[in-house]
Design a binder for this molecule. Structure first.
Ligand SMILES: [Zn+2]
Length: 286
């Protein structure tokens, strides 16, 4: 006989510190009651005062690169060295290898309470560019019902539109890219935004992942400012915001706020400014 599904969590500690009983209707919280007041239609689970939090969401993962450190043995150093060593390594990657490592990482996240992951997926140079794409689409199907996996196409610099669109056709959800690495960064932003617009889907760009390189986030903001409110637009990493001068930072922050872009990045002073009301921004910038 199958065990009864849990319909009541007793003695859950909420984030506010209060002790409560939480009634469940399947996967949905049906009621939050004073501790001891809940009655269970099905099985009850006593949490004994353990902290109860909503399921976690991972907004920026690279599951296709998970658990590769030992195989690559990258040189200790900077981001560029890490990227170069991965690019050399990825030539030998197989779909099955990518799937096995990505599955291991996704299940580990799930076991720790994360039920939604957005993962970028490298489109690979050469004549077999979709090994990672096909592995991740298979993983998404495997985990259907356990966690929500959203997949972003991450093309290398200079990959043509047709190959990016072919990757999307194989089941990816969002356009991605790293325009700050392109010789013409602002034009690359517009090109990638145009692909998303042609297909009516969202975009999640690696944005300005350097301390002193180009600033593309302002042009990105301008390009998506008039998009429908419910279409995804995300800027990842956004390291450069942390090294902008006050005037440039103000311009970038205002553009990002007006565009509805969500920023997933390193928490430097720039990002603190983003999450600070305008009246307090001068204080942050000083
Ligand atoms: Zn990334």
């Amino acid at each position: 006989m199958l065990p009864q599904p849990v319909s009541l969590l007793r003695n859950a500690r909420l984030a506010t510190g209060e002790l409560r009983d939480v009634a469940l209707d399947g996967p949905v919280v049906a009621d939050v009651l004073p501790a001891g007041a809940g009655s269970a239609a099905g099985a009850a689970l006593d949490l004994g005062g353990a902290l109860l939090l909503p399921a976690g969401a991972e907004p920026h993962a690279h599951l296709d690169k998970a658990y590769t450190w030992d195989a690559i043995e990258p040189p200790f150093g900077d981001l560029v060295g890490a990227i170069e060593s991965f690019h050399a390594f990825q030539e030998q990657l197989t779909e099955e290898d990518i799937l096995a490592r990505a599955r291991r990482a996704a299940l580990r996240l799930l076991a720790n309470g994360t039920t939604a992951i957005r993962s970028h997926v490298n489109l690979l140079p050469g004549d077999r560019p979709f090994r990672g794409v096909d592995a991740m689409v298979r993983l998404r199907a495997e985990l259907d019902g356990l966690l929500d996996l959203e997949l972003v196409a991450l093309p290398p610099v200079g990959m043509d539109d047709a190959t990016i669109e072919a990757a999307l056709d194989r089941g990816l959800d969002l356009v991605g890219g790293a325009p700050h690495l392109d010789p013409a960064p602002d034009a690359d932003v517009r090109r990638l935004v145009a692909i998303a617009e042609r297909r009516g889907i969202g975009i999640d760009l690696h944005t300005d992942e350097s301390l002193d390189g180009p600033v593309t986030i302002t042009g990105f903001a301008a390009a998506v400012r008039d998009w429908p409110a419910d279409r995804v637009r995300t800027a990842g990493h956004s390291v450069r915001l942390g090294t902008l001068g006050a005037d440039d930072l103000r311009e970038a922050v205002d553009a990002v706020v007006a565009s509805g872009i969500g920023v997933v990045g390193k928490m430097g002073i720039g990002l603190r400014a983003l999450f600070t009301p305008p009246s307090a921004r001068d204080v942050v910038e000083r």
